[in-house]
Each structure stands twice: as structure tokens, then as C-alpha cells.
Design a binder for this molecule. Structure first.
Ligand code: NAD
Length: 363
């Protein structure tokens, strides 16, 4: 039976990068007889313009019915000054929580061809391949109570609540342990759980729960723990010591962006957000880049690599996923670069030409 994808191109460079990714999806669908179908919907600023809200019911219904969602990026200056509750980013937060996408997978991979793009020394980052598993629907971003109140002395006070139940910690830790097992190198699966257990009780429970789960169900996984401040330092000092990092929403937000920047090319990084059944939303890590929108300058490779992640994790089509990733490697070997990853001696091309080059390499 055919499976269905909802495509949400979004705003800014979204439509351009998605056009390139959709062609690659189409080619993979034919070449590997994947029997996938897809349709399009609106999210973010484009949905505000058409429906007055960033996540219209029609989009949410379609997303719930689909087996996977492929997203470009949302937001832009046009919608920066509208009321906070209907800003484009609210649509993104809502679709993630409505679909129960609690596990955010952010690979930080540095293609050897792009080692010069990093601000770190090539020997520290070349061949980097780590996966950050971030809890996405809990913790301080959603915890109640929250708000800004006025104290008795008239001063305002802002407050948020960091909360995690054992069940939430266990389900994200399981994703991390399973991913580490899949990625095991030389038979060793490695997970580093990041917390601030010396200061925050919520992460003391996190650490204990992860430790107990590993002992009970994943005795073969090599589990380590690190405080978040040290993890931030170690990511810059010696990032290749990590394989899978698992952490909560707030720490994961910061560490995954830090890890992304290690690669020096945010235009290369895909991401996945999964629910308990493997349904997922797949999107590039970058935003809608309004500064370069509509100019054929955007790098479509993060979105194309998001298609590969979707084929791997939701549709279990490893061969097709690998073929797309290999095609991206071939294009880089050919010296083809968009502006964001350009370096001396390479050939600068635009969004469309990059998409066509991947199609050609895919065969
Ligand atoms: P951004 O990621 O859009 O852009 C940061 C810089 O990286 C810009 O200079 C941009 O030109 C460049 N860049 C980003 N993607 C690129 C690509 N594929 N190819 C080449 N260059 C690329 O971040 P920002 O400027 O902070 O945010 C712009 C808008 O995007 C804001 O409205 C923000 O809210 C939104 N945003 C959306 C998402 C999302 O949809 N998931 C994520 C982050 C930011």
C-alpha cells in the first residue's frame, strides 16, 4: 500500500530548496519503486497570509493523516511584528507537539570535502559524525507554571518550570540507545547523556532514569554522563569523542546548534523529529534565510539530506537513503558548491543547479 508524505515548503528560501528536494524524492521514488505519494500544504507565514493562522486545521489534519511530513523552513521579517501567539514559529511548535514528535535527531556530519568550512582545525573536525538526540516536547519550553508576574514590590518577575516525568525520560533515552546500537562502530554503541544533575533536581532524575534503563535493557551500550557546561566545551575541544548525545529540550537546543556550527555549513544539516511509532517530520536545521530568498542562492542539500533521513527512519528504505547521501558526496567531489560552502578552487552554483547535480549523480 502506498504511503503518503505531506510537504510544507514554508517561507523564505523554503519553496526553492523544497523544489530541488522534491525532484530528488521523485527520482528516488521511481528508481527504488518506493510507492510513495505526496501532497502540499501551508505552514508558517504563508499560512498566516492565506488563513490568518500559522497552522491551519487543514494542514494539521493532513499532517496527522500523512506517514511523514517534509518541511522547508518558516518565518521572516514580514511576520516578525504580528501578535506573538500567531507568529510563524508558533505553527512549528504546535505541529511538533500535536504530532507528538518528542525525539529530535540532529546529526552533525562534516563531509571530508568540506573540512575547511569549519572554524575548527580540520584534524579536529574532519570526518565528524555525531548524532544529538534532543527531547522536543517537554522540559522548560512547555513546563507550567510559566509567565511574567508582578511582585509585591512592583517589580516584574519572569519564571518557567523545567519538568520531566520518568516516562518522558525513558522514551527519549530508548531512542538514543536504539540509534547508538544502529550506528555502533566496531561493535561499540556509545551514548553520552547530558545533564546538570549537580544543580537541577529535574536532571538528577534524568540521570538516574537513563542509568537504570541502560542497566535493565541496554547493558551493551557504553553509557557516559556529562554536565552540560562541560559538554559545550568538549564539543569544541574534541567533538569526535562523542557518538550519540541524549539530552533535554533546552540543553539540546543549544548543543545541537553548537554541533551544527562545528561543521561550518548549516546549509548541509538535516534533522528529523519522530513520534513513538516512527512517524516523523523532516526538515533542514537552518531557517528561512530571508536575506537570500528568491535569488537562487540557497543550499538545498540539507533539505535533500532530510529526504534521505525520511526514507531511512520512517519508510525503512536504507538503500534509497544511502543512494541520496552518496549522490551528495559525488556532487561535493565534483567541486560543486553553493555560496555558503564555497572555497577556493571550487565551482559556485545556485540552488537549482545543485539540485540538478544531485539528480544526475543519483542516476
Ligand atoms: P537562518 O538559518 O534562516 O539564517 C542564518 C544565516 O544562514 C543567514 O545568513 C542565511 O542566509 C544562512 N543560511 C541559512 N540557510 C541557508 C541555506 N540553505 N543556504 C545558504 N545559506 C543559508 O536563521 P535566522 O536568520 O536566524 O532566521 C531567519 C528566519 O528563519 C527567522 O524568521 C527565524 O524565526 C526563522 N527560523 C526558522 C526555523 C525553522 O523553520 N525550523 C529555524 C530557525 C529560524
Amino acid at each position: 500500500m502506498s504511503q503518503h508524505i505531506l510537504i510544507l515548503a514554508g517561507d523564505g528560501i523554503g519553496p526553492e530548496i523544497m523544489a530541488a528536494a522534491e525532484k530528488v524524492l521523485n527520482r528516488a521514488n521511481e528508481k527504488f519503486s518506493l510507492d510513495l505519494t505526496w501532497s502540499h500544504g501551508l505552514l508558517g507565514g504563508s499560512a498566516i497570509d492565506a488563513h490568518g493562522v500559522p497552522l491551519p486545521d487543514v494542514t494539521l489534519d493532513a499532517a496527522k493523516k500523512a506517514d511523514a511530513v517534509l518541511l522547508g523552513a518558516v518565518g521572516g521579517p514580514k511576520w516578525d511584528n504580528i501578535e506573538r501567539s500567531i507568529r510563524p514559529e508558533r505553527g512549528l511548535l504546535k505541529i511538533r507537539s500535536e504530532l507528538n514528535l518528542f525525539a529530535n535527531l540532529r546529526p552533525a556530519i562534516l563531509y571530508p570535502q568540506l573540512a575547511d568550512a569549519s572554524s575548527l582545525k580540520p584534524e579536529i573536525v574532519a570526518g565528524l559524525d555525531i548524532l544529538i538526540v534532543r527531547e522536543l516536547t517537554g522540559g522548560i519550553y512547555f513546563g507550567q507554571p510559566r509567565g511574567i508576574r508582578v511582585l509585591e514590590n512592583g517589580e516584574k518577575q519572569g519564571y518557567n518550570t523545567d519538568v520531566y516525568a520518568e516516562s518522558e525520560i525513558k522514551r527519549i533515552a530508548k531512542v538514543a540507545f536504539n540509534m547508538a546500537t544502529l550506528r555502533a562502530k566496531d561493535g561499540v554503541a556509545k551514548v553520552c547523556s547530558v545533564d546538570k544533575a549537580n544543580v537541577l533536581e529535574v536532571t538528577e532524575l534524568w540521570k538516574q532514569t537513563v542509568t537504570d534503563l541502560a542497566a535493565a535493557e541496554y547493558p551493551d551500550v557504553k553509557l557516559s554522563h556529562m554536565y552540560v557546561d562541560n559538554a559545550a566545551m568538549q564539543l569544541v575541544r574534541n567533538p569526535k569523542q562523542f557518538d550519540v548525545i541524549v539530552t533535554g529540550n533546552l540543553f539540546g537546543d543549544i548543543l545541537s546548534d553548537e554541533a551544527a556550527m562545528l561543521t561550518g555549513s548549516i546549509g548541509m544539516l538535516p534533522s528529523a523529529s519522530l513520534d513513538e511509532n516512527g512517524k516523523g517530520m523532516y526538515e533542514p536545521c537552518h531557517g528561512s534565510a530571508p536575506d537570500i530568498a528568491g535569488q537562487d542562492l540557497a543550499n538545498p542539500l540539507a533539505t535533500i539530506l532530510s529526504v534521505a533521513m525520511m526514507l531511512r527512519y520512517t519508510f525503512k528504505q536504507e538503500a534509497a537513503a544511502k543512494a541520496i547521501e552518496t549522490a551528495v558526496g559525488v556532487v561535493l567531489d565534483q567541486g560543486l558548491r553553493t555560496g555558503d560552502i564555497m572555497s577556493a578552487g571550487m565551482t559556485k552554483i545556485g540552488t537549482q543547479a545543485m539540485g540538478e547535480a544531485v539528480l544526475k549523480a543519483l542516476g
